[in-house]
Each structure stands twice: as C-alpha cells, then as structure tokens.
Write a protein that binds this ligand. Sequence first.
Ligand code: MN
Length: 295
Amino acid sequence: MSNSVITLKLSEAQEDMLLHQFRENRTAAPAYAKWQVRPEGCVITCYSSGKAVFQGKDAAVYASAFHPAAQPDAETASTSADILPQAGSDEVGTGDYFGPVCVAAAIIDSTTIAEVRRLGVRDSKALSDDDIRRIAPSLLRLLPHTVLILDNARYNAVHETNNINAIKAKLHNQAYVNLERKYGLPSFCMVDQFTPEASYYRYIRQEPRVIRGLHFETKAENRYPAVGAASIIARYAFLVRWDEMEKKYGMTLCKGAGAAVDRCAAGFVSRFGFEELKNAAKLHFRNTEKLHGHR
Ligand code: MN
C-alpha cells in the first residue's frame, strides 16, 4: 500500500495539536483547505469542515494517533504477536496538558505470558484508571521493565529544540538502552509506532547508544502483550505522578486538553501564578494561549 488515503474528522484540539507538531513541515494549503503539512512519508491536509486527509505511504502511522480504529497496512502487520521472548515499549501523557510524559518498556517470556494474559493485559485500551492501578503493581513485580518519566519542567525545556516525536523517539530508545543494560534485550522488540521508522532513527542519530533492529507497528498495544504491558506500566507511572501533583497543589487536575482543562488551567494560574505552570503543564499546547487574561 504505497499511497493510502485516510480521512478523519478531528476535534479543534486535535487539529491544533497536529498543526503544531508538524509546523516546521507546513506548506502552502491547496484551495478550500485550512492548512497542509508534509512530514516524512505523508501529506496531511486539513479542511474548514474539520476533515483531515492523510495521504502517502505512512498515512496510517500519522492517522493512528487520532483514530482508535486505524489499523496498520496488512502488509506491515506481522503475525509475530506470539513470539517469545518479546520486548515492547509505549508512551503516555503526550495528549494531556497537565502531567509528565512516561515511556515504559517490558519483556515477556514463556514463564510470564500466562500470568500476563490472566491479568487481562490484552485489553489495555479498554482499561480504566482503576484497572491500571489494580493490574500494574502485579506487572511491575512480574516483568523485567524500565520506566522513564519526563517531568514538565524538563519537557518544556527539551521541547524548545525537539518536536514531540523526537522526544518520544529519544525516550523509547533510552528505555531500551536501560532495559538492555539491566536484563539484556530479546531479539524481538516492538515499538508502538508513532512516526515512520526512518524518522525514528533520524531523531536519535546523535544519541550515545542507538538500539537497532526494532519493529514498529501502530496499535501494537492491542496485539503484542509486551507493548500492552508497557502501556499499562507507563500509564501507572503517569497516574502516580498525577496523584503527587494533585497533592502538591491541593487541587484536582483535569486530564486531556479540552475545555475542562482550560478552566482547570485558569484556576491553577490564579492560585499559583503563570510561572508555576511550567512545572505542571506542557506549555506549547494551545491551552496556554487561551490563558492570556490570566497571566
Ligand atoms: Mn502508543
């Protein structure tokens, strides 16, 4: 499938996020379009109707971030989901205005797979926060794993010179470097794909150690138990940090990046000042611009 076309209806917040993420790849918009960006392997055109058209060989990779049902191309989807041992990695928090970005990697082998399945890891997408809090501690005990937490202060500093996919690539690579150092890596490692493979390796080419030979698939957390386990572990790390932040600030924070988050951010700024936001939120989100009256 060398030139697939995927059309999605995006929310305004998703549109903003997409345009911001690829603002360096912006090109002149065609007639009737609001804007167009051309990241590697894809042309994304956003229309006034709110429709976004993803076109090109990596369209499915870019669209998968916004569409739960978007599946990888049949030809790239492998039948290797049951390979053991397997390592998998996933990240969380990139769509939440408040809170850190967390990346986890985990290894599953023939001695742990039955227990992983019993815990219900396969259905990771359908898990509530309460499910995550219940399942994750068992996974942490059971599986060799590593977790990286990029707190908001560091995220905001790093984001000045790295786009979000570069940040994700560096975190995934570092998670595998740490996993390798602690436990050794199995020959099969699967990344829940967020960018084309060539871009991934370009983002990390300056890193002191680059883990090569990784496999990449979108929606991998539903198919590969090691990726599902990594996504639960990453989500748990995020929730633990979230609880700490709510305790520190003595207020309930809002997940996501929608209108409720705008109200929450306004409340936060009126209590702690605009400067403190850099320690609690991802400043490049549009939510920050909407705070103008509160600065
Ligand atoms: Mn993911």
